[in-house]
Ligand binder design. Sequence first.
Ligand SMILES: O=C[C@H](O)COP(=O)(O)O
Length: 222
Amino acid sequence: MNFAARIDHTLLRPDCTEAQIIQLCEEATAHGFATVCVPPCYVALAAGKLEGTAVGICTVIGFPLGYATSAVKFKEAEVALYDGATELDMVINISALKSGKTAAIQDEILDLADLCHVHQAQLKVIIETALLSEAEIELAAALCVAGEADFVKTSTGFASRGASVADIELLRRVLPETMRIKAAGGIRTRAAAEALVAAGADRIGSSNSIALLAESDESTSA
Ligand SMILES: O=C[C@H](O)COP(=O)(O)O
């Protein structure tokens, strides 16, 4: 798989503009990124711009704090899928995780996974590793497996830190091979991205994707 095909080309800043989303779509087509990852309000726009291309449409659910109610997250997911999303990155209810509400979390993930799969879409669950102990990361990973998610994603990019190699190594150790891992948050260099992939990440989420590719050209020409 070429490196660009591992990347969700991301723009989730609250001050992003429609013009920047359109440029994101043009870049994704030009470079062959896996998806564009855009705010829910821009899913229909991106789906229209990317119709007929191999670029997927990713958006976020319950983002970035995770504590919307399950009913709100489900409705947000329904609308995103209706608008053309092919991958949903849903933030786990971190507060519920830290409160031991494991059954409710598993039910929420399973309901969203079922909804995605009925629409031939994929569910990634953002667990926000920066806020979790190792034990909580393992618990969140187990709930993602029980909830039949397609990916575990490390971070929103809005916490104190993003994905670390240690996060990926821990997740790879406790997850079945069938569960894919997305590393995201603060990935600014090709070397950092390649280290995360070497540790076991299947997908990279970054708002710095072009720079990552540019560095790869320099490194191969060196
Ligand atoms: O994948 C989603 C993240 O928001 C990307 O994080 P970043 O903006 O730090 O690259």
